[in-house]
Design a protein around this ligand. Structure first.
Ligand SMILES: NC(=O)c1ccc[n+]([C@@H]2O[C@H](COP(=O)([O-])OP(=O)(O)OC[C@H]3O[C@@H](n4cnc5c(N)ncnc54)[C@H](O)[C@@H]3O)[C@@H](O)[C@H]2O)c1
Length: 460
């Protein structure tokens, strides 16, 4: 099928590349010329395991192209994905201006035939109908300009038809390609059976697990709903996961006080099939580009309807406190932080991604700077890329030994796999005092203590 994906960030580029890989004909549109230039040369502007390889093979097979020309993309696609960002506003609402610009642009470029417009961006509940309205506005503006341009009443009427589908995305950065081919479910919200049928056809190879790791599993469940329910499913899923992490962090803080070990508690409760063992790792709180903004947006939507989402607000405030737990623990061990040097192991909000949006490390850096500490960091990706140039208040080192050199304490911020096997014996020798705050309960306490480290976990 012919597909156009507008917005080539973590979601759009992965969606476009994966759809091309399963045989569709894809044009990806982005208004960032630099990015498009890079993608045309076969390079991915983001780090996502497996993405570059698939991107290059799809380019070679002639199944994917990149452009800044929205009109060309709209003309090409039977299915048009909107996958632009919806960052948070200071009020907590989503900033939908990029979605609006794209919807208007689609409307202004629809000529004839039938198109499915798919909201893949996470958008406030009710956005499906709003997108329809904006697309219609775009069409009307174009019709007006055709009339004004000399066509007069003779100007041909735009005969294009379209339906809007909400198709929320559940991929996780760091395993986005895997998640696209191995989803737990696909959610399609629309009031048009014609649009749903086309979306089901588009996703057939994925639903039938033709590209999945475990091909023998039953087909991927497709949940067909109305528009607002699909939009709500995305927010509810992220709000639940964020709340689950805040829950275990709260339990960890109580464990710290009573002398229990949250890792054992999490194991004990996680084996209960009603609870499950995922998202029960206590640590320094959730961050990234999705959880904080999606939970805030849902709280805000509830507020708009006169409902106070108390549980969600509590999940947010537990998280805000948790993000500073490493500072609290550093103060317990080092007492005064002024004049001390703290080394951060990891900067990205999770391993295997280069995404720094709302990463817990950023708040840690700010807070440590405010308390007069010098902050250094080493991150397997950030240390190697231009990303570090945008960071302030932290000196990014090129290897773990340089990081350890002269540090009064280390804080493990991101659970990168390679941090399990660093030469901690050497690092301990290079430090002023071998203290490590394990912000993800990720390292081997006993092994580190045997090397002379003072190890401090989170509820562990
Ligand atoms: N990142 C994730 O893990 C994730 C997961 C699920 C859902 N989502 C949602 O998906 C959406 C996209 O997120 P993302 O992380 O991929 O965003 P992103 O910021 O990485 O990418 C957005 C892209 O859209 C482009 N863009 C902006 N305005 C444009 C326009 N007018 N025309 C063409 N391109 C334009 C930008 O240049 C950028 O490349 C958001 O709503 C987000 O909440 C993200």
């Amino acid at each position: 099928m012919r597909v156009c994906v507008i917005g080539t960030g973590y979601v759009g580029l992965v969606t476009g590349v994966c759809l091309a890989h399963i045989g569709h004909n894809v044009i990806c549109v982005d208004n960032n010329e630099e990015k498009v230039k890079l993608m045309k040369s076969g390079q991915s502007p983001i780090f996502e395991p497996g993405l570059s390889e698939l991107m290059q093979s799809s380019i070679q097979a002639g199944r994917i192209e990149f452009t800044t020309d929205l009109a060309a993309g709209v003309d090409h696609g039977e299915i048009l994905f909107i996958a632009v960002g919806t960052p948070p506003l200071p009020t907590g609402e989503s900033d939908t201006r990029y979605v609006e610009a794209v919807a208007r642009g689609i409307g202004a470029n629809l000529h004839k035939g039938y198109k499915v417009i798919v909201n893949k961006s996470t958008v406030p509940i009710g956005s499906g109908d709003w997108v329809r309205m904006i697309v219609l506005d775009g069409m009307a503006e174009r019709q007006k300009s055709l009339v004004g341009a000399g066509g007069g009443s003779e100007a041909p009427a735009i005969e294009a038809q379209f339906d809007v589908v909400s198709n929320p995305e559940f991929l996780r950065e760091g395993s986005a390609v895997y998640d696209t081919f191995n989803p737990d479910r696909i959610v399609l919200g629309s009031n048009s059976s014609r649009a749903i049928a086309l979306m089901q056809e588009l996703y057939t190879p994925i639903v039938e697990r033709q590209y999945a790791e475990e091909k023998a599993l039953p087909p991927v469940p497709v949940v067909v709903t109305d528009l607002s329910s699909a939009e709500m499913i995305k927010y509810a899923a992220n709000a639940f996961l964020a709340t689950k992490i805040s829950f275990i962090n709260e339990v960890a803080n109580i464990c710290d006080r009573v002398g229990a070990d949250v890792t054992q508690v999490a194991k004990g409760i996680g084996l209960d099939s009603r609870i499950g063992n995922k998202f029960l790792q206590a640590g320094i709180g959730w961050g990234g580009s999705c959880f904080p903004k999606d939970v805030s947006a849902l709280v805000h939507t509830a507020d708009d309807y006169g409902y106070e989402a108390q549980l969600l607000k509590a999940a947010v405030s537990v998280n805000q406190r948790q993000r500073l737990i490493a500072v609290e623990k550093l103060q317990q061990v080092l007492k005064i932080l002024k004049g001390k040097t703290v080394g951060l192991l990891g900067l990205t909000f999770k391993p295997d991604t280069d995404d720094m949006r709302d990463a817990p490390a950023l708040i840690l850096i700010e807070s440590l700077n405010r308390l007069g500490a010098r902050v250094k960091a080493y991150d397997p990706l950030v240390s190697q890329t231009g990303l570090r140039h945008g960071l302030t208040g932290v000196h990014v080192e090129t290897d773990p030994d340089r990081l350890a050199d002269g540090c009064d304490a280390l804080v493990l911020v991101t659970d990168w796999a390679q941090f399990k096997t660093l030469d901690y014996a050497k690092m301990a020798r290079l430090m002023n005092s071998p203290v490590i705050i394990d912000g993800r309960n990720f390292l081997d306490r006993q092994a580190l203590e045997e090397l002379g480290f003072q190890y401090v976990g989170i509820g562990h």
